[in-house]
Design a protein. Structure first.
Length: 120
């Protein structure tokens, strides 16, 4: 991509006459339609098409559980004890205990997804 020199508006901060700017791309790369019509299940590590989710109500529950699990993992990561709290066994054990509960929940969701035909 080439660059060109464009004048800055007079009176703007840092306007010394000319500045280098990169052109904006005219067209953006589009994702193929088949990739946009799939959902990624984090618990199983596979994709599920929208049509499958719309047809099978139980699979839509699996997708909802997977999304709730992803949000729970992000909240768990945000509660990681700081370094000085890491020395306390109670804080560390409590935080790692939450991880064990999240792993059990992930395994449960993956087992239900496999039951409904979602591959690993």
């Amino acid at each position: 991509m080439s660059t060109w020199m464009t004048p800055m508006p007079p009176g703007s901060p840092g306007s010394f006459g000319w500045t280098w700017r990169r052109p904006r791309p005219d067209c953006r790369r589009r994702t193929p339609t088949r990739d946009r019509r799939r959902l990624f299940l984090q618990t199983t590590g596979c994709f599920v098409s929208y049509e499958e989710v719309l047809v099978d109500g139980c699979l839509s529950q699996v997708v909802a559980d997977d999304l709730a699990w992803q949000i729970s993992v992000q909240m768990w990561r945000s509660r990681q004890p700081s370094r000085w709290m890491w020395c306390r066994p109670s804080a560390r054990q409590r935080w790692l205990g939450e991880f064990d509960a999240l792993c059990r929940d992930r395994d449960r969701i993956a087992a239900v997804a496999r039951y409904y035909g979602v591959e690993d």
